[in-house]
Ligand binder design. Structure first.
Ligand SMILES: CC(C)(COP(=O)(O)OP(=O)(O)OC[C@H]1O[C@@H](n2cnc3c(N)ncnc32)[C@H](O)[C@@H]1OP(=O)(O)O)[C@@H](O)C(=O)NCCC(=O)NCCS
Length: 383
């Protein structure tokens, strides 16, 4: 399976790769398509178990679909569709409310009911010119720590960050081990990991000395004080010209900490994690809504037939969602559009303008305000 995956993604797995793969691999969560005498693997799909935070702070179990590939000799004859159909029917049978993935290409997964739920914003910061505003408090509290020390303290900080961040994925000990194994192949030519730690946050980064670049690998903060203190320390890294962060949320506060916000340059913005709702009532009743909402959603799901009409009544303190019997204002949408709305990242108005959501303008405005979260969703773990 690793060979099949390696061929599809253009990489040769070394013994070190295999060691990492084994750490996260659970064969019971994988499906393969076989050809020939049954010993040629021509298709693979698998999943990792995660909990994902919804707006309001509740966490739901979700399958993180991964390792999706079909042999180059067997493409475009329905193997992916067959694998995903069987896999997702299994998720439904297991009672999972959600499936998630990160996509190699943006054109593949909409047809399977996945919508873009988080976005990555890649930024470059010219460190010498990026100065904090004078009134930003300097509370200190940052220490440079070893990987072994951060391995002990980071999981608890990450849990606190995740509880406040819609879209955040939980990490098992195996994920931490893989991150901190810090193998040569994980470094992309830069240094081994360095870490800065605060009691309420941490950042792990690498230094690429050839280009005088600091590349942020992982960062989680549970308080604004930790966020500011860690950025202050990063911006003080002498001998670094550029700080690169690959997965900031679209509206992250770092630029507003600077005297000159333009020094945080967005060099790319693209889809991060995609979400697919498997159980509409379970997913929508678990989240909270910014304003009171009472609406019937008419959800279209040709791939898994998990759609139908659902009445959603919700607000900041709780929500209920059940198959609709009586009328309330109606909004029609596909399962993929619901996946985009779920974590609070998408604008209902933009989806409507693109023809992915239908309803009276006044109802769509209410849906828009109710579904949007205080923070842009961020998943935090690549899988
Ligand atoms: C992407 C991949 C898994 C597709 O496998 P496949 O068996 O050829 O796909 P299927 O024949 O089952 O196609 C299912 C549908 O997806 C569409 N599709 C498949 N690959 C697509 C792509 N790369 N972009 C857009 N649409 C794609 C097909 O046209 C088909 O559409 P339809 O059902 O509406 O007619 C395969 O091309 C692959 O392994 N690519 C390299 C690895 C990769 O990118 N994996 C995805 C990781 S997230």
């Amino acid at each position: 399976m690793a060979e099949a995956d390696g061929r599809a993604f253009g990489k040769h797995n070394t013994d070190e790769h295999m060691e990492t793969i084994r750490r996260l691999f659970d064969p019971g969560r994988f499906l393969v398509a076989l050809d020939g005498d049954g010993d040629e693997v021509v298709g693979v799909t698998g999943s990792y178990p995660f909990d994902v935070t919804l707006p309001g702070g509740a966490a739901l179990p979700a399958a993180g679909v991964t390792w999706v590939s079909v042999a180059v000799t067997h493409r475009r004859r329905g193997i992916l569709r067959a694998l995903l159909a069987e896999q997702h029917r299994g998720f439904v049978a297991d009672g999972l409310p959600l499936a998630l993935l990160t996509a190699s290409e943006g054109g593949i997964y909409g047809r399977f009911g996945y919508g873009i739920a988080t976005e990555h914003r890649e930024v470059e910061i010219t460190r010498r010119r990026a100065v904090l505003r004078r009134d930003v408090p300097d509370c200190g509290g940052v220490r440079q720590v070893s990987t072994a020390e951060l391995r002990r303290t980071a999981p608890e900080i990450h849990r606190r960050w995740a509880a406040q961040t819609p879209g955040a994925l939980s990490r098992t000990p195996a994920w931490w081990d893989v991150l901190f194994a810090d193998r040569e192949w994980q470094r992309g030519g830069a240094s081994a990991l360095f870490h800065l730690a605060h009691r309420d946050g941490y950042v792990s980064y690498r230094i690429d000395r050839a280009t005088q670049t600091c590349r942020i690998v992982d960062m989680a903060t549970a308080t604004d004080e930790a966020y500011t203190a860690l950025w202050r320390t990063l911006l003080g890294l002498d001998l670094v010209e550029t700080i690169v962060a690959r997965s900031l949320a679209p509206a992250e506060p770092v630029q507003f900490l600077l005297a000159d916000p333009r020094q945080v340059r967005t060099v790319a913005q693209y889809d991060g994690m995609w979400a697919r709702v498997l159980d509409v009532p379970a997913a929508l009743s678990a989240r909270r809504y910014a304003t009171e909402i009472d609406v019937v959603l008419d959800v279209w799901d040709p791939f898994l037939d998990r759609g139908g009409r659902f009445r959603l009544r919700g607000g900041p303190d709780g929500a209920s969602c059940e198959p609709a019997r009586d009328g309330a204002p109606l909004v029609g949408l596909g399962m993929a559009a619901l996946g985009s709305l779920l974590l609070g990242g998408a604008h209902a108005g933009s989806l409507a303008r693109a023809g992915l959501l239908e309803g009276e303008p006044a109802v769509l405005r209410r849906v828009d305000t109710a579904f949007r979260g205080e923070r842009a969703p961020q998943h935090g773990t690549e899988f």
